[in-house]
Design a binder for this molecule. Sequence first.
Ligand SMILES: *Cc1c(COP(=O)(O)O)cnc(C)c1O
Length: 471
Amino acid sequence: MNSEELRGVLREIADRTVAFRASRADAPHQPQCSYAQARAAFDAPVPERGVALATLIDELAALTEPGLANMVGPRFFGWVIGATEPAGLAADWLTSAWAQNTGNAHATPTASACEELTGRWLLDLLDLPREASVGFVTGATIANFTCLAAARGEVLRRVGWDVEADGLFGAPPVHVVLGEEAHSTVFSALRYLGLGAKRIVSVPVDAQGMMKPGAFTKAIERLEGPIIAIAQAGHINSGGFDPFREIAEAARAKGAWMHVDGAFGLWARACPDRAHLGRGLELADSWGVDGHKWLQTPHDSAYAIVRDAQAHRRAMLIAASYLPEGKERHPADYVPELSRRGRGFATWAMIKSLGREGVAAMVSRHCAQARRMAERLGAERDIEIMNDVVLNQVAVRLGADMDGAKADGLTDRTIARIQRDGVCFVGGANWRGRQIVRISVISANTTDADIDRSAEAILGAWRAERDAHDQ
Ligand SMILES: *Cc1c(COP(=O)(O)O)cnc(C)c1O
């Protein structure tokens, strides 16, 4: 393809992107087609002959755009999803154009150095030990996996077992201690690592889903041998934080490795008025955190942070003989992949675009907006806010004065109605035996007016379902 042709297509994509983004503020937040319709649209045999780029881009957009959720919209509160802000988007386009295979520092000194030095920015912003190493991975699931692989290797190495060489067969048992309400993906990581999703010591939690005071110490007291403890910064429903200082002290007394899953909650440390929530987690040995949630990078962006860089490297090193050794930091030595995109660029761009002050202001604003939402909804006589809104998550119980099954049914109907109405998007969850509406305020584009408009839409949907049921 010649340059003129490529320029034409990329210009068109730029125009499309701008039009798409500009339309998001008022677009419905729910996809406008079902999975079956989306599937039918793509259902075609393998094309026998290639088609021109401009043609296929038109076709791709036509097939796709009706089925896209408005995840970058200002009133999207489903799950915990950032908004892929322009700086990250632009850097990500260039990342694709530059096409650096970011495995090895000799092959691509720039992409490798960018990750190393952007990793230092992250340690500074999150106020974590500056000697820690940072691997750029796809998501917090893999960040947790990477950190726990380092943990597994190190706690076994301390008792004379080389898990990287000899595997887990015949190894001394490793105890894994974590809160009853750890994120589901932590259990996935334990499964991938041969530690078993069910072979765990589970610590009782309080009404916020956080480990009860004293409970971790009690749970770990009777354990002997290698131990990995997993704490949480930012519970998926409550946004709550585990008692890190207690966990760190009890873990240290037992020689345990302490990991923190802080997919979004770790960012509280970058915000002076929220930093108290994460106090004590700097005593841990490793941390998993996302870029594609609160930092608003494009997707496939998270960080596996390990205090002991050697333990990190031992777990992930690809000792292929064709890769030259040297003083450079090879990105592949800190993540589970070899060939991959240069993930540092988009993170660099988002930090550069927001600055320390911008990150702090954004986190602080989202937390204030979550409280605003909780106040608006909680003022309704039969709505109960189930969590202490310390961060950006709001767990809403509809029909607080009703029989449980009736309230659960109406909650599901209300969520469906909210999604159908399209003013905002909220998801549901089952928490403490109840169906709840879960609201995550985390989009860079959300204003206070969006909160008020969404609260009205949620209350309107609830009243309509409640009153229809009472007829
Ligand atoms: C989102 C989340 C994860 C998983 O992160 P991905 O980026 O989706 O892989 C893990 N833990 C918590 C607490 C989360 O919120």
